[in-house]
Structures are given as C-alpha cells and as structure tokens.
Design a protein around this ligand. Structure first.
Ligand SMILES: [Zn+2]
Length: 453
C-alpha cells in the first residue's frame, strides 16, 4: 500500500517559454513544444510519484483550473489533502506550472491494522440471516416488558432470564418453538421486532440484507401465513423507500424441514404471490435431524421454474450430509448453499464447478459446536481460496451475539486478512445476491467508492 508522506507543490513560474525550452532540451527535445515537454515531464515523473500540471484560465478568464485535472494524478495524491492542494494551487496565476510531489512510505509504514471500527465502516452484504433468530435479547426483552406491563399475570419468562447464555445445535432449535414464537405472537411484536432487526443490520454497516423466515400463522391472533408475510414485507418496503437508509432489504421464504409436502407447496405459493413485493427466494431450513429432503423436490422445482432463487441449508451436521441427502439437495439446482460443513471433496468439486454461492457463519458454527475446534479450524479457511461467491453471514445474530462486522473482524483475526483483503471478501457475494442486476450495480458502485486505507 502507498501512503502520502509529504505532498507539496512547487509552483514554478507563470508560463515562460524560454525556460520550458531549456527543460525540453534537457529532456532531449530538439525543438520546443510545451505540450510535449509537459507530457514528457509527467511521463518521467509519474512512476516516482510526481505529477505535472498546468493552470489554465476558463474561456471567460474568471476561473483557473488544472490541466490535466488533479484527480488524474497518481492515486496516492488523491487523498483528503488533495482538496487542500487543489484549492491552494488554483489561487496561483494561470499559466503556472506545478509539480506535485509525493513520496511512497510503503517500506516504512505498514497498513493500519483491521479493527472493529474498520469492519463496521466496511460495506457488508448479509445473505444468511433468519428474521426471528436475528432479534436481539434486548429487543425481545422490550416486547416482553410491554406485554408484562399491560398484563401483570403474563406468564412467559423475561427473555433475559429464559434464554441461555450459549446455544448448541441441540438447544438451538427448541428455543423458537418453546419461547420466541410464543413471545412474538401478534402483529405488534412481529412488526416491532422486524423494524429493530433492520435497524441493527443498518447500524452495523450492512448495505444489502436478505432476511429469511418461515411463514407462520398465529390463529389465536387471527394472523394467517399470508398476513405474516405481508406485514414483514411492508416493514421492508418502508425501510427501502426511506431515503436516509443506505441498506436495502429483501425477503426469502423458508420451507421448514418438518413441513409436509403440502405445506412446502403453500410456502411456494406465498413466495410467488409476493414475488413482486420483495420476496426473492426460497430456502430449506430447520432441524437438520428432521425430515426428508426428497419430499420437497416438487415444491423447489416449481419455485425454480417460476424464477425464484433457491438457497438450502446444506450439510450442517453429519446426519444431514449423507450422499443421498446432498445429491438430492444439489438436484434442486440451488443458487446458494448455507453452512456447507460436512462435505466430501466430490461435492465440493460440484459446488465449485457450478459456481454455487456459499454462506458461511463463523460464530454460529463455532458456538453451536457444529465444527471441530474453533475459529482457525473453520472451513472458511478452505473455501476462501475457492472460486465460488462467498458470503460471511450471521445466521442468528440475536442468539449468537456476533454482528456481521464482528464476523469480518474474526475472519481478519484468525485468517490474517488485511483491510484490502477484507474489502475484497465483502464484495465477493455480489454475483450471488438474489436482489437482481440493479442491486448488483448499486453495490459495485458503493464498493468502488469505499477506500480501505
Ligand atoms: Zn440458517
């Protein structure tokens, strides 16, 4: 990396042909042509970090500008101080020739280390976040508090008491059916928590979010699955159309492995019904010890044929990573796969050959003991050298407590990534987002404007 050490301008003199001719002669020119001399000087000095400019008047003589423009100068001159230099130079008389000098300090100053501030400011793409699992304990506590204050006999425990400090793969899935769904069982709490989740991701520097959720009916509150999806999409649309929000959010609907084939078809129906309102994909999720993937083949084939993108929880534990299971899941022609832990080389090759995107969740896998060892042993270490689009993701930040910026910080810490490598990693999911080409273009533009130094 190159950093500006000491930028300074030598404002030479108002344009004086005689001196320029001498310079041109020094450079070997046989006769005088200022433009050639200027170009030659620029060409010669550019590799060592200098830039030659000439100040020229506008046609009416009222303003003075640099030629070539200063923003064409070597990149390391284009730093915040550039504005200062620009304005200082432009106060000099037209015709002044200036040489901008900059020194590389590459050998003496290592790049600034990756710190949590950097990973928060880094634009990030979140592709594997379950809506309900992304609700923080604090947000759940606020919902509980509201209910308790309205009804002192409210029986459900405070989530700050009810929820365990840590979850593994056995205690994780029951949390939702035994607690969270019971607490978030009306439109107020569903909408309130969805808004809070969006705010949390946005404040963490996420610029593109795909939330996923299994359509849930709450008969006691007269909420149908369709009402549930519709109310979440309304919150997402309100967020996306608010000009102050830099993050855009989309929804993927999940088929739970415990669903019957008919229930899976119902999820596809809902996804297609709300496709134009922000549903971008279909997911297969849930307790990996339950269900048989083959029973969902028809539903996923219909979704795919209708233009929905498909992501699947894939090989999370050994029980859900048999050859038959993985062959079945790959036959769904997924666009992305989540977790991808217990995978034989033969499947890895297929994933890479087909360019399937993968969603990797460091803290979730380590905390829930889905991998052997700790962060340095995570399969991110292997997949990051592959050619597939790869998205670091949180899975359930409300449960595991590690926001996406922290996941990037962990990746930097345990895999020795510097700021530039983290930026490249953050951009890597763009080809496999479900939000379409306009979103891809918006994200590319956003990353091109982000400086990692
Ligand atoms: Zn998941």
């Amino acid at each position: 990396m190159v950093r500006l050490f000491l930028p300074f301008a030598f404002p030479f003199f108002p344009f004086r042909p005689r001196l320029l001719r001498q310079v041109a002669n020094l450079l070997g020119g046989s006769f005088f042509r200022p433009a050639v001399a200027l170009g030659q000087i620029g060409l010669w000095l550019r590799p060592i970090g200098c830039s030659v400019i000439k100040l020229v008047h506008s046609a009416d003589g009222s303003t003075c500008s640099a030629h070539p423009p200063i923003h064409d100068a070597p990149p390391f001159i284009r730093l915040p101080i550039h504005n200062f230099i620009s304005s200082a130079l432009l106060t000099l008389p037209a015709g002044t020739i200036a040489i901008l000098c900059a020194r590389s300090t590459m050998a003496h100053h290592p790049p600034p280390p990756v710190d949590p501030h950097y990973t928060r400011s880094l634009p990030k793409i979140e592709l594997h976040a379950h809506l309900t699992g992304s609700i923080t304990r604090q947000c759940l506590h606020q919902i509980w508090n509201t209910k308790k204050s309205r009804d002192p006999a409210y029986a459900l425990l405070d989530p700050l008491v009810a929820m365990l400090p840590e979850y593994d793969i056995n205690t994780f899935f029951p949390l939702f059916s035994t607690y969270t769904y019971k607490l978030c069982n009306d439109l107020y709490s569903i909408e309130y928590s969805t808004k809070a989740v969006l705010q949390d991701f946005q404040q963490d520097g996420v610029v593109y979010l795909e939330l996923r959720t299994t359509p849930r009916a709450v008969p006691e509150a007269a909420i149908t699955k369709s009402d549930y999806v519709k109310s979440i999409l309304t919150i997402l649309q309100n967020h996306n159309t608010s000009p102050e929000n830099t993050m855009r959010a989309y929804l993927t609907l999940s088929v739970d492995r415990r669903n019957s084939p008919a229930e899976a078809e119902e999820v596809v129906d809902l996804a297609l019904q709300f496709q134009s309102a922000g549903v971008v994909g279909l997911d297969l999720c849930g307790d990996c010890a339950k269900g048989d993937a083959r029973t969902f083949s028809k539903a996923f084939a219909r979704a795919k044929a209708a233009g929905l993108k498909v992501t699947l929880h894939f090989a999370e534990v050994e029980a859900s990573a048999t050859d038959l299971e993985l062959e079945t899941l790959l036959s769904f022609q997924p666009d992305r796969l989540g977790h991808v832990i217990q995978v034989k080389d033969i499947f890895k090759e297929q994933i890479e050959k087909n360019g399937i995107g993968i969603e990797l969740c460091l803290s979730c896998n380590v905390q829930a003991k889905m991998i052997k060892g700790s962060y340095p042993d995570h399969h991110f270490g292997t997949w990051r050298h592959s050619s597939v689009p790869l998205a670091l993701s949180t899975d359930d930040v409300g449960v595991f407590g590690s926001p996406l910026s922290q996941e990037y910080f962990l990746a930097a810490t345990h895999f020795g990534l510097d700021r530039g490598q983290l930026k490249a990693l953050a951009e890597r999911p763009i080809p496999c987002i479900f939000g379409g080409e306009d979103e891809q273009a918006r994200l590319r533009n956003l990353f091109s404007q982000f400086s990692h130094v």
